[in-house]
Design a protein around this ligand. Structure first.
Ligand code: PA5
Length: 436
């Protein structure tokens, strides 16, 4: 597996080369605690080899070993306790809209990341149509939003299930060993899975935080882990193309140094929106400190070319663009023959679409990405292109490990601690104050 990274900064090659030298010197710091911090939060590094592959093997097929039937996975979590699962599920999971999909895959209903009554009303109606399992994911076990939603949901489910049945269907994934949840679940403790202390929320995607719900939803978690493992192995072996790809970190840093305040991650697949959210959280929460760092924002092309495309082309020169290019999305182990969609070539289509008629949609999409890259480059918007090949589970695992690594390397260049989030804690304190 590889990822190719191409950077386009007109006339800045020397600066970038110097930064890349410094960046590569920082690789050895990836496995260490950040500067003077006593706790080591770098357990995410080389996680697949150290723990992840074993965990993925243990959890694989967990759903088929349950003593009851279920047809929906409810994930209750916020921040790093849900974005990773959503990123992967959006790409390869069963959707709530299409019934009778691959029988081993179950849809996921994401709750606990919002407190909207009207939206939750709709979600409860969906829940009523299924026999769910519930994953409460919270590293601290103390976050208000997911805990509030579990309280509401479990009460709602009492109309259909006994208290014991609800507990039987509840999985608690946390690093909090004294939570009220554990007292409640205690006779059935096997349904408690731990998030290790040395992995902070936004780096927890390859831990039980996401693996448990993903395994229950029938995902190929072993392939995901294999891809991430491959990245770390290549990095440990200091393979040249892997080291080269790390230029993504200094490129973002240089863009910020030169006054670019926004990084737009442009992708052409709507199924990558979840990954965009995960990526946004990873970089914003890890780097956005001490008035530093570029603001990360995911963007779906073509949709956004018809809105913020205007700003990119003629608005304030504050944008750095990263194009995430794939050769389509295809779950590993899906051996169905590929069915492609092509614009018809009949007279009406030719009249309506001219030279675009007869093209496959993906090919047209690729041309749209190329055209926007060219148009924005003419305006000297610096950019970076990441090519990952077919987006399947193992390539996604590889990409996740690549983003985690370049994020921490970016924080090193910015000289900020990637693992804390004092800003997030500040709002929690204010909320407690308002509630008291
Ligand atoms: O990255 C982080 O640490 C945060 O985004 C947390 O994931 C988020 O605040 C949720 O916290 P918890 O998992 O403790 O409920």
């Amino acid at each position: 597996m590889t990822i190719s990274v191409e950077v386009n900064f007109s006339k800045k090659e020397d600066l970038l080369e110097n930064l890349q030298r410094k960046n590569l010197e920082n690789i050895d710091r990836l496995r260490e605690p950040y500067e003077d911090e006593s706790e080591n939060n770098s357990l995410w590094y080389n996680w697949p080899e150290n723990e992840g592959k074993k965990l993925a093997s243990e959890l694989d097929g967990i759903g088929s070993r349950l003593p009851y039937y279920y047809d929906l996975v409810v994930v209750i979590g916020i921040g790093g306790s849900y974005t990773g699962t959503k990123a992967i599920h959006d790409l390869f999971g069963a959707s709530l809209e299409i019934r009778n999909q691959e029988p081993q895959k179950k849809p996921i209903l994401f709750c606990g990341y919002h407190l909207s009554e009207s939206y939750l009303q709709k979600q409860l109606k969906i829940l009523d149509q299924y026999k769910p399992v519930i994953c409460v994911v919270s590293k601290s076990g103390r976050t208000l939003e997911p805990n509030a939603i579990y309280a509401v949901l479990s009460t709602h489910l009492k109309k259909r299930f006994s208290h014991e049945e609800i507990l039987e269907r509840t999985f608690f994934i946390s690093s909090k060993k004294e939570s009220p949840f554990l007292k409640e679940l205690s006779p059935n403790k096997p349904r408690y899975f731990s998030i290790p202390d040395g992995i902070v929320g936004r780096f927890s995607v390859l831990s039980a935080a996401s693996l448990v719900p993903l395994a229950l939803a029938g995902h190929n978690i072993k392939a995901l882990m294999r891809g991430a493992d491959d990245f770390f192995k290549q990095l440990e072996a200091k393979e040249e193309h892997t080291l080269k790809s790390l230029i993504y970190a200094p490129a973002r840093f240089l863009a910020w140094k030169q006054g670019k305040s926004i990084e737009l991650l442009a992708y052409e697949e709507p199924q990558l929106e979840g990954l965009g959210l995960w990526w946004q959280q990873l970089f914003a929460e890890s780097e956005g400190k001490q008035e530093k760092a570029i603001f990360p924002m995911g963007s779906l092309f073509s949709r956004d070319l018809h809105s913020i495309g205007q700003y990119i082309q003629e608005g304030s020169k504050s944008i750095f663009e990263t194009f995430l290019l794939t050769s389509g999305v295809r779950s590993e182990g899906n051996f169905e023959s590929e069915s492609r969609i092509r614009i018809p070539t009949d007279e009406f289509s030719r009249e309506l679409l001219g030279k675009a008629s007869g093209h496959y949609l993906d090919d047209l999409n690729e041309k749209i990405m190329k055209a926007s890259r060219r148009a924005h480059s003419l305006r000297e918007v610096p950019n970076c292109t990441l090519r990952i090949g077919v987006m399947n589970e193992s390539n996604l695992g590889f990409l996740i490990a690549f983003f985690q690594t370049t994020c921490v390397l970016g924080a090193f260049l910015l000289e900020v601690n990637p693992y804390n989030q004092p800003g997030v804690e500040a709002y929690k304190k204010e909320l407690l104050h308002l509630l008291s």
